[in-house]
Ligand binder design. Structure first.
Ligand code: FAD
Length: 168
């Protein structure tokens, strides 16, 4: 790597440092946060939206619901969580799935490590320091591991763009 590239990719050294940075606070990002905490690692989640839920935060059009059974469309990492959460419908609507994900965030105290309204703009690996530099619209941090739990539906605005004229 050239000196110029090396400097660019390591330029955020000295900023806040975490073991793990996770982009996205949907099903995947919330679970990853819980999991890496369990490994004793420090973590910060950056979520472009103003709340947890991912797909279910952004897609609120009438009729939005899961098409596998709610019991299967649930986390299985906690027996206590499985016992305490009761789905009211066999195929749950968006509002109930979003409530579930908010419950999970509270139940496992996940919010304290999630920074909302923050979009990851770039991630560079600094070979000299063996760390990622993650740039967001609100500054940069570094991490040993960088997990992109950004889903496949495009996040902010994508649901709205696809369903603007959809009445449910
Ligand atoms: C109406 C509907 C019904 C569905 N039904 C089912 C079903 O029945 N079964 C099934 O398995 N799946 C279903 N899905 C698919 C669903 O998307 C996934 O099941 C699951 O919610 C994906 O979770 P995720 O955490 O991987 O990603 P997402 O839920 O998409 O979350 C990704 C998050 O990353 C954030 N993000 C993206 N880019 C950045 C960035 N650069 N910086 C910071 N944050 C970022 C986004 O804002 C978003 O909050 C359905 C989807 C829809 C829309």
């Amino acid at each position: 790597m050239s000196d110029v590239n090396e400097r660019l990719q390591c330029s955020a050294a000295g900023t806040a440092a975490f073991d793990v940075v996770i982009a996205g606070a949907g099903f995947a990002g919330l679970y990853m946060l819980h999991r890496v905490r369990g490994l004793g690692l420090t973590a910060r989640v950056f979520e472009a939206g103003g709340g947890v839920g991912g797909t279910w935060f952004w897609n609120r059009y009438p009729g939005a619901r899961c098409d596998v059974e709610s019991l299967e469309y649930s986390y299985s990492f906690s027996t206590a969580l499985e016992r305490e959460w009761k789905w009211s419908e066999r195929y749950s609507a968006q509002t109930e799935i979003l409530s579930y994900l908010n419950h999970v965030a509270d139940r496992f105290d996940l919010r304290r490590d999630i920074q909302f309204d923050t979009r990851v703009a770039a991630a560079h690996f600094c070979e000299a320091e063996n760390r990622w530099t993650i740039e967001t619209n609100r500054g940069a941090v570094t991490a040993r591991f960088c997990i992109m739990a950004t889903g496949s539906f495009g996040g902010e605005g994508a649901g709205d763009r696809r369903t603007r004229h959809f009445q449910g």
